[in-house]
Write a protein that binds this ligand. Structure first.
Ligand code: MN
Length: 383
């Protein structure tokens, strides 16, 4: 039996690497749906190779172009953001791999879970913004949320065969990003170009900036809380510059399990798709001869305040992580476009968390309005 997969965000970094994995296993996986934002050319090329049932191009400007290219091949074409939430409910889909970036992923995620589709989750912002809503619905619909994020895949792999009650805490590893060891003065001068030069991982722009500010690790702490049902005090972040240990679980007897491997996103992607099986891969293997040292450091919370800010949002709960996420998305976008400085990003996020009204038990509509308000406030603070 083939697993029939919908890839939301197929032209991004995770999406293209997912297709690399699927290409290796034509008799285990089939592509049912591909969706892209505005990269019409790549979407067309992918659709011609993988022959999905349906594609969606979010930017309506490219609809005619995509339709004209794919209709002769009997591939259905839709456009617009609303189509994403409808398409994920198609009967012929088994798994939705969610690789959209940011808040955008929330609505299609809820829609897919509502229709009983299993989720391979690369879009961490979905759990950051509305972790409680998403995980509750997944339990109700008996849907699995399989982590694609490498740290969470590591935790998930360490937990196989274990009882959740015997977990004492988890260690999320962080590379520290390109500016590890920098002080405030140095950080005040860094550019988006320097930030995009990540030492270990090849990733999309948004997550690469998040890695440089450590917000990525903050978002991952919140993601881990919801995926594994942990208390904030059970989640510790440690800097591990080689990115070989992808994360660890410490059990109640003091034993620690680590999951290791090359920093290659195709491994966690493949595991999320093959689970509960493991498939062979020919990706490069880790070499102990070439890497003779693994280092660990404490996080520099003084110069990189985002992790502390994220723990604050997690402890506050309610719509606070949603505020944090929206403000961060705006700040990162501004930094990428050279409209704000590196250090200002954290200030904008903290101020939004103080200024936007707190809601302790938000509904889906509350999340929409919180996201909207926080974005406007963040833009005001930047300009
Ligand atoms: Mn990660």
């Amino acid at each position: 039996m083939k697993k029939r997969i919908a890839i939301l965000g197929s032209t991004g970094s995770i999406g293209t690497q997912t297709l690399e994995v699927i290409r290796q296993f034509p008799d285990r996986f089939s592509v049912e749906v591909l969706t892209a934002g505005s990269q019409a050319d790549l979407l067309i090329q992918q659709a011609l190779e993988f022959k999905p049932n349906t594609v969606v191009i979010r930017d309506k400007e490219y609809y005619e172009e995509v339709k004209n290219a794919l209709l002769p091949h009997y591939i259905k074409v839709f456009a617009g953001e609303e189509s994403l939430s409808q398409i994920v409910q198609m009967d012929s889909i088994d798994v939705v791999l969610l690789a959209l970036v940011g808040f955008l992923g929330l609505k299609p995620a809820l829609s897919a879970i509502e229709a009983g589709k299993h989720i391979a989750l690369a879009n961490k912002e979905t759990l950051v913004v509305a972790g409680e809503l998403v995980t509750k619905l997944a339990v109700k619909k008996r849907v699995a949320i399989l982590p694609v994020d490498s740290e969470h895949s590591a935790i998930f792999q360490c937990l196989q065969g274990e009882n959740l009650n015997s977990v004492e805490k988890i260690f999320l590893t962080a590379s520290g990003g390109p500016f590890r060891g920098f002080n405030k003065k140095q950080l005040s001068k860094v550019t988006s170009k320097e930030a995009l030069n990540h030492p270990n991982w090849k990733m999309g722009h948004k997550i690469t900036i998040d890695s440089a500010t450590l917000m990525n690790k903050g978002l991952e702490v919140i993601e881990a809380k919801w995926l594994f049902g942990l208390e904030p005090s059970q989640i510790e972040v440690i800097v591990h510059p080689q990115s070989v240990i992808h994360s660890m679980v410490q059990f109640t007897d003091g034993s620690i399990k680590a999951q290791m491997g090359m920093p290659d996103m195709r491994i966690p992607i493949q595991y999320a798709l093959s689970y509960p099986e493991r498939f062979f891969s020919n990706f490069p293997r880790f070499s102990f001869a070439e890497c003779t040292m693994l280092n660990f450091e404490q996080v520099d919370q003084e110069n990189f305040p985002n992790l502390t800010i994220a723990y604050k949002a997690l402890s506050a709960g309610g719509n606070m992580p949603c505020i944090l996420n929206a403000a961060n998305e705006i700040a990162v976008d501004a930094f990428l476009n050279n409209k704000t400085g590196f250090l200002k990003m954290s200030d904008v996020i903290e101020q939004c968390m103080e200024l936007i009204p707190f809601i302790s038990n938000p509904t889906f509509e509350d999340y929409l309005s919180t996201d909207h308000e926080a974005r406007i406030k963040a833009l005001e603070l930047i300009n």
